[in-house]
Design a protein around this ligand. Structure first.
Ligand code: PRP
Ligand code: URA
Length: 213
């Protein structure tokens, strides 16, 4: 993993980069695409949970007693930005089975590229949880910025944003909009095209996950 700055981590593990290249290929069908999004979310989840706190616990192995380490501290929540974020949820839940899931529905207006919120359902105690926002794509940053603003209003602190592919402008937008969000991404691509799609990117993540085009 590479720390781009103290608030951006690029997960550059060889396995991640290999799988990301298969994901990007236009020849990768929906079923394979879905499986890869889930796997990449699991790998990325390892990095996004690297700073979780541990506490000593006494355990008995079949051989003897010892002091092991177990997680302590805040409970977690995964918040996918619908639709495409749903593809990352199961990967993160494989890593953190006890996490709660909050859903945030948002789509980009095709003309203005502005995010439009259409659904929100969070766990009651979201303000007391460590929140991992998941969405494969960070393009203009509009959707992620709106998601962060919504979660801040709910009292969430120190949110983390996990994406698979990010555009530089999107990263800049979220870092400027939120005081301490940490962004995890598997790649930082070159730019956006005139339709605000990431170049080279991987196309429309939601359509590729759900086979809607
Ligand atoms: C995609 C993607 C992000 C957003 C990124 O969602 O999953 O949520 O675009 O773009 P932005 O950074 O410019 O906001 P989309 O609006 O296509 O909705 P979908 O997931 O329902 O397909
Ligand atoms: N949303 C996507 O799904 N892909 C992009 O490249 C940009 C936004």
């Amino acid at each position: 993993m590479t720390e781009m700055n103290e608030r951006v981590t690029v997960v550059d593990h060889p396995m991640v980069q290999h799988k990301l290249s298969i994901l990007r290929s236009k020849d990768t069908p929906s079923n394979k695409f879905r499986a890869l999004v889930k796997e990449l979310a699991l790998f990325e989840g390892y990095e996004a949970t690297r700073d979780l706190q541990l506490e000593p616990v006494h355990i008995e192995t079949p051989i003897c007693g010892m002091t092991g380490q177990m997680l302590k501290g805040k409970k977690m929540a995964v918040v996918p930005i619908l639709r495409a974020g749903i593809g990352m949820v199961d990967g993160v839940l494989e890593l953190i089975p006890a996490a709660r899931v909050g859903h945030l529905g948002m789509y980009r207006d095709p003309k203005t590229h502005e995010p439009i919120e259409y659904y929100a359902k969070m766990p009651d105690d979201i303000a007391n949880r460590q929140v991992l926002i998941v969405d494969p794509m960070l393009a203009t940053g509009g959707s992620a910025t709106a998601a962060l603003a919504y979660l801040r209003k709910q009292g969430v602190q120190h949110p983390k944003l996990m994406v698979l592919v990010a555009a530089p402008v999107g990263i800049k937008a979220v870092l400027e909009a939120d005081p301490d969000v940490h962004v995890y991404t598997c790649a930082i691509d070159e730019k956006l095209n005139k339709d605000a799609y990431i170049v080279p990117g991987l196309g429309d993540a939601g359509d590729r996950i759900f086979g809607t085009k």
